[in-house]
Design a protein around this ligand. Structure first.
Ligand code: BGP
Length: 479
């Protein structure tokens, strides 16, 4: 007998995306260039993210740029939203491209065409009763802010972001209740280029710059919470973390201590500031030992304390196993952060270890720590899909992955965790953030496009489409 899980009646089932990975139309509607527009697809992207030198220019002779056209959601959003509605989505997580609203990021007035586009998207969602969950900044700050200001190292970015967030709240106050400030804010500790807008430079200043820039984002996030609460009744603003429970490779106390230390810097430092409203005690020693001195202005700490987030959203793809002394052969890759191979886990084709129990652990750890509602806003399996001769796509591997993770959420709810929703990543195939590939697919909906940009962009329902529809229809009782 299959166990029946009890999800709350208002549970927000749905899917998640990010503007730069699906919209395309990178120069239409008055949009400015963003950091995502200059990142090429393929292996070279990972090298850039890891810190290779880079001039932030587009070079179409040398590289392909899959984000430029994405999957053309910009022109096909009605068709796509109709498919989400057919699956019964209660929520759709999407992001707003900052450079559609403020093409350079530092203008005083927004671009009306950009604002209008999202009005139309939200109206289309509401037509089907789908709740938008909107990330304000998802790996795509305006390129001008990178080039002219050095990205988030520069404190001026706080006021640009505040203006941008207030513009969104004012415009969409009747259409959007759930907002997330910065996507995977802690991911910047490893890959600052995507969200902080600068290259990780020489080792001495790397962490100094990253944590100074993060401090600016924390302040910006609190200002956004403040503004949202002043401007929108019943609004909910969340932080967004990458969460990877950190396992010790074995029970050697040195390794256990190492896991504790690694885990809390990566998983908790940002969350503690955004949720509890203050830097955690362990940060002080970490900052001291790494020569990090954060320039904190008068009033910053009070602001952080006064305006913490209302809920915690996070992405969960994998756990992470760590060991104090390790050799390169022991390592595995993963979502932004890697670790040593866990002998008990299998991995995806991209080396991301698959660990549904880790999601239950993540939910419990986060709830124990923060006691605030949780929202899983990303989770899923990036895999190669095959279109059969009859046109079907039998992605049982994806169904198995999602089923086990949904069960883990059901168990966590029984453990007492307050979980408000689940939006699986890339509900429609889109461009991968880490590799720029199309062939790393997550969707319930197949999109005909390859890594070189060829294809008809035709949408096709996979087997998982019908399966997820049933999950939502039964509120997680039939998985
Ligand atoms: C997260 C990002 C997403 C997304 C996802 C999957 O880190 O927030 O933007 O892309 O991971 O990663 P990838 O696309 O590299 O497979």
């Amino acid at each position: 007998m299959n166990k029946i899980y009890h999800f709350p009646s208002e549970f927000l089932w749905g899917g998640a995306t990010a503007a730069n990975q699906l919209e395309g139309a990178y120069r239409e509607g008055g949009k400015g260039l963003s950091i995502a527009d200059v990142l090429p697809g393929g292996k070279v992207r990972l090298e850039l993210l890891a810190g290779a030198s880079f001039n932030f220019e587009i070079d179409k002779e040398k590289y392909v740029y899959p984000n430029h056209d994405g999957i053309d959601f910009y022109h096909r959003y009605k068709e796509d939203i109709a498919l989400f509605a057919e699956m019964g989505f209660k929520a759709f997580r999407m992001s707003i491209a900052w450079s559609r609203i403020f093409p350079n990021g530092d203008e005083l007035t927004p671009n009306e065409e950009g604002l209008k586009f999202y009005d139309d998207v939200f109206d289309e969602l509401h037509k089907y009763g789908i709740e938008p969950v909107v990330t304000i900044s998802h790996y795509e700050m305006p390129l001008h802010l990178v080039k002219a200001y050095g990205g988030w190292k520069n404190r001026k970015l706080i006021s640009f972001f505040e203006r941008y967030a207030k513009t969104l709240f004012e415009r969409y106050k009747d259409k959007v209740k759930y907002w997330l400030t910065f996507n995977e804010i802690n991911g910047a500790i490893h890959f600052p280029i995507l969200s902080l807008g600068f290259l990780p430079d020489n080792k001495n200043t790397r962490l100094q710059h990253i944590f100074q820039a993060l401090h600016h984002q924390f302040v910006a996030s609190s200002l956004a919470v403040k503004a949202a609460h002043e401007m929108i009744p019943d609004v909910k603003v969340g932080c967004m973390l990458i969460y990877a429970p950190t396992y010790s490779f074995d029970c050697h106390p040195e390794n256990v201590l190492h896991a504790l230390q690694e885990g809390r810097i990566f998983n908790y430092l940002c969350g503690d500031v955004q949720v509890r409203g203050e830097y955690p005690a362990f940060a002080k020693r970490f900052f001291k030992e790494n020569g990090i001195e954060i320039n904190i202005h008068d009033g910053d700490l009070e602001l952080l304390k006064q305006y913490p987030v209302d809920f915690i959203s996070f992405s969960y793809y994998m756990s992470r196993t760590v060991k104090k002394e390790k050799s390169p052969e022991e390592m595995t890759s993963g979502n932004i952060i890697g670790g040593v191979k866990n002998p008990f886990l299998k991995a995806s084709d991209w080396g991301w270890e698959i660990d549904p129990i880790g999601l239950r652990i993540a939910l419990n750890e986060l709830y124990d720590r923060y006691q605030k509602p949780l929202f899983v806003v990303e989770n899923g399996l990036g895999a190669y899909d095959k279109v059969e001769e009859d046109g079907s796509i039998n992605d049982d591997y994806r169904i198995d992955y999602l089923r086990e993770h949904i069960k883990a959420m059901g168990e966590a709810i029984e453990d007492g965790v307050e979980l408000i929703g689940y939006t699986s990543w890339g509900c429609i195939d889109l461009v991968s953030a880490s590799t720029g590939e199309m062939s790393k697919r997550y969707g319930f909906i197949y999109v005909d496009k390859d890594d070189q940009g060829n294809g008809t962009l035709e949408r096709r329902k996979k087997k998982s489409f019908y399966w997820y529809k049933r999950v939502i229809e039964t509120n997680g009782k039939e998985i």
